[in-house]
Write a protein that binds this ligand. Structure first.
Ligand code: SF4
Ligand code: SF4
Length: 327
């Protein structure tokens, strides 16, 4: 643990979008959870308010001492031993009962023995089935034959985010029986991609990594802003953010870049299930920024961003809905 390198500069506090939101006033902040809690465990018991973090990594990026603040946050969560808000407990129960955080509303499974698996994730199967269909159609049009397996369960990333280590290990065991049969896994969710790479050791590619060099054209009429997913740019790596911009620009999307595009929308880290009012408040701040920019809508590459911003009435497209093959 590198928390003893803290110079108390406050950069992490200024970067934190939760502390910047009026509904986040109870959150102790990244320094208390990432630096003070590991060093002074007797002061660490902030209760469930310590879970009011979206895992956006903005604090880590701002920290001049390169302190791994989100790792410390994950450790703190795993030590809470089920003390979380009721929404987190419900999510854990859903996974134990069905294998997914939300029930699947998608049944167009493709189980043909292809060597590539498209993995839509729990939100893609349960809440954003149009995105899942668009992604699968786009892959097919690009001659990327793929399965969509009914036996692939939650990747476990949301479980780790709420400290449910045992449940995450269980879904990983079940998933490995299915996923290890494939040469490559293609995913729409940057959180799933990160999880499948780091926790499973699989070759998992996010859609932007698949689409980056392919001939595509825009399906998005009008002027569009970006919602840059935290777990893409600050999770998978900054080059994936450049890929996303490059794909859209080459496809001919009229992009309007605004400084707020990088700010977390509040959709990650289990915030919408655990602290829905805070997640909604953060999304509304973003919607106001996009409205000021006068755009027709927003393009992103993360189901959690899509869902959280759509709930506040914003027109949001996933990358797979924004482009098609340029024939
Ligand atoms: S990861 Fe994001 S939300 Fe969590 S403490 Fe850091 S800046 Fe705040
Ligand atoms: S940014 Fe890093 S060094 Fe500065 S207060 Fe936060 S944890 Fe400490």
């Amino acid at each position: 643990m590198n928390s003893d390198r803290c110079i108390k500069c406050g950069s992490c506090l200024r970067a934190c979008p939760v502390l910047g939101d009026a509904r986040g006033a109870l959150f102790p902040g990244p320094r208390a959870t990432g630096v003070d809690a590991p060093r002074f465990p007797e002061r660490a018991d902030a209760g469930p308010s310590a879970l009011m973090c979206t895992m956006c990594h903005a604090c880590e990026l701002a920290c001049p001492s390169s302190i791994t603040l989100t790792k410390a946050m994950l450790r703190l969560r795993s030590e809470l031993k089920g003390q979380g808000p009721s929404g987190h407990l419900r999510m854990r129960e859903n996974v134990m009962a069905t294998g997914r955080t939300v029930s699947a509303d998608f049944d167009e499974w493709v189980e043909e023995g292809n060597d590539i698996l498209y993995f839509p994730g729990c939100i893609g199967l349960g809440r954003l089935t149009s995105m899942t269909r668009a992604a699968s159609s786009l892959l097919t049009s690009l001659d990327i034959k793929h399965d969509i397996s009914s036996r692939a369960l939650c990747c476990g990333s949301p479980l780790l985010k709420v400290g449910a280590l045992e449940e995450a290990a269980n879904v990983k065991r079940s998933n490995m029986e299915v996923l290890s049969a494939y040469r490559k896994v293609v995913v729409s969710c940057p959180g799933c991609a990160y999880q499948l790479r780091t926790e499973y050791g699989l070759e998992a590619k996010h859609m932007v990594e698949v689409l980056r060099d392919l001939p595509l054209r825009s399906r998005a009429e009008g002027r569009w802003a970006l919602q840059m997913p935290c777990h893409l740019k600050r999770g998978l790596g900054p080059w994936t953010a450049e890929d996303l911009v490059g794909i859209l620009e080459r496809a001919g999307v009229e992009l309007v870049r605004i400084p707020e595009e990088d700010v977390c929308c509040g959709g990650g880290g289990g915030l919408p299930s655990g602290f829905p009012e805070l997640a909604a408040s953060m999304a509304r701040s973003k919607v106001r920024a996009y409205e000021r920019a006068g755009v027709d809508g927003v393009i992103t590459a993360c189901p959690f961003c899509c869902l959280n911003l759509r709930r506040e009435g914003l027109r949001v497209l996933d990358i797979s809905e924004a482009v098609s093959l340029n024939e």
